[in-house]
Design a protein around this ligand. Sequence first.
Ligand code: DC
Length: 220
Amino acid sequence: MREKIRIAIDGPSGAGKSTIAKAVARELGIDYVDTGAMYRAIGLKMTSRGMAMEESEALQKMLDETDIDFRSGDVILDGQVVSDRIRTPEISMAASACSALAMVRRKLVELQQKMGREKSIIMDGRDICEVVLPDAELKYYLTASAEERARRRTAELIAKGEKVNFDQVLADIEMRDYNDSHRAVTPLRKAADAEEIDSTSMTIDEVVGYICSRARAARA
Ligand code: DC
């Protein structure tokens, strides 16, 4: 059996990447790295410090002093658990804004590549197939229609007890899709060598089962 396997998943917001990647990681017994959570952590830190969403010496200094890690499913920013605080609509927008900054991407890509160097992992994000893990054994572009993604996100937020409005969630998703695919630095797009999975009419289990079977075949 091949010792190491790296699975890269890119795709737009709300396509189910993290739910699917988490389940695949559990089933294959490998680590999961949620790179979106890392951009959210930086968005949270910039917001809480009242920093402008632009490149500056202060931002570089802040990034140099920032540590982001994952521990038993939690996101740890400078030693503190921030898993819940990074999931608000405000921080979603901050993450999208800071992810357009080259300084931020440089720092996080470096951290992510380090995480992918030693062990088997599944990593999801926007630039994983082409930039972070260009030599990953398996590469996927996971998508779903904007309406279906907004339906899933609305249900998720309602389950958490938040007050949400479907039209607002859909508008936010469309705005983030636009920002993420039109930014100058590594815009979101499907890598030429990634396989596209459209999950609009697939269940989570179907997608997880498909990726796991491909991973088992690649490891055999
Ligand atoms: O997947 P998510 O919604 O948690 O991601 C938050 C933001 O970070 C999103 O606007 C896109 C950005 N992002 C990115 O630019 N590159 C990644 N590898 C992961 C996320």
